[in-house]
Design a protein around this ligand. Structure first.
Ligand code: FAD
Ligand code: AMP
Length: 477
């Protein structure tokens, strides 16, 4: 086998494996290196997303949601079930089966597209050479016309809460609990903390979330964040904002977590503690001193808008570079870079990256928030529609939340969409697509939506922007 490639991708997560597949589709001779070994000792592609991120967390969210429905919802619909029990090891096993299916799928896609997989570690040397070390320690040099770095990120650890066995865990450990903790602490009310906290809350844990910032979900539109806070409280999540964790002490398999808040020093005792305080770019052992690739002050690989590093022919994408740490952002960058290597004019629209928190109800948004527009001095108008007025949401007894659309005051062009509610991710995507085409709120208003469907709430919110909503009272101008 020749060791010369058109493209060598280091990292096989949603950034790297997608870049590799697209490059191979474009006729480029492509290799993809990944060093991940799963808990059964098997090398798998798919990165954080497939192995220990998006997919396994959603598998647990889906199981716990069904359990919660059976326990608390079915009765409302007239369905009686005797005793609902959760078999946690089976839930974890099902999650593993989903992960195996998808990571196996990536291997299959590599095969069908002609990507050469390399299981082991890649290191970028000078002159676009990549040193590959397999899991037995054998080293080979791969020569590349182009290198794409997609080594992703790892959880941030904080000195007051060092990880310990299965008691103080990061997001990866939180996907492996074999029993439901009686009391669960979560440090960080970000996306990952809220999703994992929700899983175990639904299964019966008493969940306490400690968040250092005073404002809950500071990146989310204020109206949506307020609604989320109300809904999570109703669900029994004890979210304490302005609570900075300062220490932990494990005794007899319980953790005493110390934190400070506006009233001073506090303590809470929990059976398990999840540290979910963010992720950092992962570049350990990746770059030789003479690779020519530089990092920014926060440790991300420095790239331009097109994901090019300082070295011609070397690109970096995904969590290891600036921007939101999201799988779909990584994949889009992967496609863009592969297509640019193949001399196509590709780009990523960084103004329209959707964000989702997969709690129930889901929270999803795209574009500008009211606060951002106010800060920029832009004139805007808003329209909202509550799911409590949606026939379909009522039929499903799933009425928490709302759709909010923000449009330019003069041009009516949609500037942002913010949703908390059932299927928010899919609903928000409808507006994202319309924003890609520069649509106005009126355009959405003039579009026909199926009845009865949750997306009618999107239609009504768009109508409400100009005071024309039918199924709720409009604000008088
Ligand atoms: P990664 O997926 O991190 O992949 C990098 C790969 O590179 C890894 O397999 C690693 O082993 C390999 N690697 C690193 N260094 C080397 C080296 N030197 N040689 C060879 N291989 C190397 N995002 C969403 O969009 N939606 C979600 O719902 C979502 N949920 C999440 C839930 C959790 C619990 C977590 C932890 C993350 C979640 N994310 C979610 C974030 C998402 O997983 C990441 O944004 C995404 O995986 C980043 O993709 P990537 O390709 O940049 O890197
Ligand atoms: P995210 O970056 O979305 O994953 O969210 C991580 C959250 O953890 C942020 O909201 C941080 O404010 C929070 N956080 C970081 N350090 C601490 C700490 N020591 N105590 C409590 N919360 C923290």
């Amino acid at each position: 086998m020749s060791d010369k490639f058109d493209v060598v991708v280091i990292g096989g997560g949603p950034g790297g494996y997608v870049a590799a597949i697209r490059a191979a589709q474009l006729g480029l001779k492509t290799a993809c290196i990944d060093k991940y070994i799963n808990k059964n000792g098997k090398a798998t592609f798919g990165g954080t997303c497939l192995n220990v991120g998006c997919i396994p967390s959603k598998a647990l969210l889906d199981t716990s949601h069904k359990f919660h429905d059976a326990n608390e919802e079915f009765e409302t619909h007239g369905i009686s079930v005797k005793k609902v029990e959760i078999d946690v090891p089976r839930m974890i096993q099902r999650k593993d089966e989903v992960v195996d299916k998808l990571t196996f799928g990536v291997a299959g896609l590599f095969k069908s597209n002609g990507v050469t997989p390399f299981e082991g570690t890649g290191k970028l040397l000078a002159g676009k050479k990549v040193e590959f070390t397999d899991h037995s320690g054998k080293t080979t040099i791969l020569e590349a016309q182009n290198v794409i770095i997609a080594t992703g990120s790892v959880p941030v650890e904080i000195p007051p809460a060092p990880l310990k066995d299965d008691i103080i865990v990061d997001s990866t450990g939180a996907l492996e609990f074999q029993t439901t903790p009686k009391r669960l602490g979560v440090i960080g009310a970000g996306v990952i903390g809220l999703e994992l906290g929700s899983v175990w809350n639904r299964l019966g844990s008493e969940v306490i979330v400690l968040e250092a910032q005073d404002e809950f979900l500071s990146v989310v539109d204020r109206q949506i964040a307020r609604e989320a806070s109300k809904v999570f409280k109703k669900q029994g999540l004890d979210i304490r904002v302005g609570a900075r964790v300062t220490g932990t002490d494990i005794k007899r398999k319980q953790v005493t977590v110390s934190y400070t808040d506006k009233d001073g020093e506090q303590e809470v005792v929990v059976d398990k503690l999840i540290v979910a305080v963010g992720r950092r770019p992962y570049t350990e052992g990746l770059l030789s001193v003479d690779s020519g690739v530089s990092l920014d002050e926060r440790g991300f690989i420095f790239v331009n808008e097109q994901c090019a590093t300082d070295v011609p022919g070397v690109f970096a994408i995904g969590d290891v570079v600036r921007g939101p740490m999201l799988a779909h952002k990584a994949s889009e960058e992967g496609v863009m870079v592969a297509e640019r290597i193949a001399d196509q004019k590709a780009q990523v629209n960084y103004d329209l990256v959707p964000s989702v928190i997969y709690t129930h109800p889901e929270i999803s948004w795209v574009g500008k928030t009211e606060d951002e527009l106010k800060a920029a001095g832009e004139d805007y108008k808003t329209g909202f529609f509550p799911f409590s007025a949606s026939g379909r949401a009522l039929a499903a007894n799933d009425t928490d939340g709302m759709v909010k659309i923000i449009a330019d005051e003069k041009t009516d062009r949609i500037l942002g969409c913010h949703i908390i509610g059932p299927n928010a991710a899919d609903l928000c995507q409808q507006i994202l697509i319309s924003m890609e085409f520069g649509s106005t709120a009126e355009d959405i208003g003039l579009t026909m939506f199926p009845h009865p469907a949750l997306c009618e709430a999107v239609h009504e919110a768009a109508l409400a922007v100009n005071g024309h909503a039918i199924h709720k009272a409009n604000r008088r101008k």
